[in-house]
Design a protein around this ligand. Structure first.
Ligand SMILES: Nc1ncnc2c1ncn2[C@@H]1O[C@H](COP(=O)(O)OP(=O)(O)O)[C@@H](O)[C@H]1O
Ligand SMILES: [Mg+2]
Length: 340
């Protein structure tokens, strides 16, 4: 891609970082997988993956996830990729304000009016408050505030706890410092997976005046505390009306026509209250205008959307051609909004 708007130095730094981090074994593994899936010759896929990474800003996982092996050059050019997303984050998310998003306690403080649920911080000496909070809500979600890459979220039932001092001490020692009330999701989301709160990922760019919605994906869990892939979750992209564009998939070669537990046909999913969702994203995007590019995790509840978190390093959710038949991605929308 041409990216006059994005600093060359950032780009080179990212590339150098990638090259240093290349894990040859895992590249070969992924190339073999994708070659097998699409009946291609593995060495050709390896060369194409490396070339795409070096000259087209396509991460190895992007290449695999979005089936680049079966896309032509023009189709590939429409896809958003992680290296490009990373550049946008670096350029449009001011370093001084990233902490407000990175630290989940800071985030809950900053966005408290949009959480629409109870939350508290675990501190030395507040075992009684933790007990009162847990007993009031029955079930609680705890979070390690920083950098757990999708694994730092836990769930406990007050009824299972007998020694509250010990429970409190263990939360402190494991760094589970944020406690939240469990979000109650809309019945249309619970119909797909009732045991997990299923979040909608809305990637948006605030240009100082207007909030542009760049892409929307619906994640679904498998009954665990989190809908993240590390907990078995998967996603489908949504169209502008909040309707699923096809079946679900993850980054581990699983495709789900139906939710494996409920049998819900993923392609039939319609996100409720889509207009309120867009309005809500516009509101939260204005709270910290220095962080312009964000992947918002929100949940539609019976009373409207609520905020789970905002990711300043937004990540990428895209169409998977072999699953949906859709061979184009969202990059033109990013270009139109951000102007690169
Ligand atoms: N208060 C909550 N109640 C119910 N489920 C939650 C709550 N907070 C988070 N979750 C679930 O856990 C997932 C991960 O939480 P999140 O705060 O986005 O952390 P991360 O994405 O960094 O792991 C969410 O997508 C959602 O499925
Ligand atoms: Mg999240």
């Amino acid at each position: 891609m041409s990216s006059q708007g994005l600093a060359l130095s950032n780009r080179l730094r990212y590339l150098a970082w990638r090259v240093r981090r290349i894990d040859v074994g895992s590249v070969l593994e992924r190339a073999r997988e994708t070659a097998h899936a699409h009946r291609k010759w593995t060495p050709a896929v390896v060369v194409d993956m490396l070339w795409s990474a070096g000259f087209r800003q396509v991460g190895f996982q992007d290449y695999v996830d979005y089936d680049f092996a079966i896309l032509n050059r023009a189709e590939r050019a429409t896809y958003m990729t992680h290296p490009v997303s990373n550049e946008i984050s670096q350029k449009y998310d001011h370093p001084d304000y990233r902490g407000l998003f990175q630290d989940k306690v800071e985030f809950d403080r900053t966005f408290s009016e949009f959480l629409r649920r109870d939350w508290m911080v675990v501190e030395e000496g507040n075992a009684d408050a933790v007990r009162a909070f847990a007993e009031k809500h029955g079930t609680i979600v705890t979070k390690e505030p920083v950098g757990q890459a999708g694994t730092g979220v836990h769930r406990y039932h007050a009824a299972d706890v007998s020694d509250w001092d010990e429970f409190h001490r263990d939360l402190l020692s494991r760094g589970e410092l944020l406690i939240e009330e469990v979000i109650r999701q809309h019945a249309d989301l619970a119909a797909v997976c009732p045991g997990t709160v299923n979040t909608t990922r809305v990637t948006a760019f605030f240009d100082g005046e207007k909030t542009h919605i760049l892409a929307m994906a619906q994640k679904f869990g498998r009954g665990a505390v989190s809908d993240q892939m590390t907990f078995g979750g998967f996603y489908t992209m949504l169209d502008e009306n909040g309707h699923a564009v096809g079946a679900g998939y993850d980054s581990h070669s699983h495709v789900h026509e139906k939710h494996p537990d409920s049998g819900f046909v993923i392609a039939d999913f319609q996100l409720p209250m889509i207009d309120q969702v867009k309005e809500f994203v516009d509101q939260v995007a204005r709270v910290v205008p220095q962080i312009q590019y964000v992947g918002w995790d929100i949940v539609v509840t019976p009373d409207g959307p609520v905020l789970v978190e905002g990711n300043w390093g937004a990540g990428v959710y895209e169409n998977k051609p072999s699953v949906t038949g859709i061979r184009t991605g969202h990059k033109p929308r990013y270009r139109a909004a951000i102007g690169f």
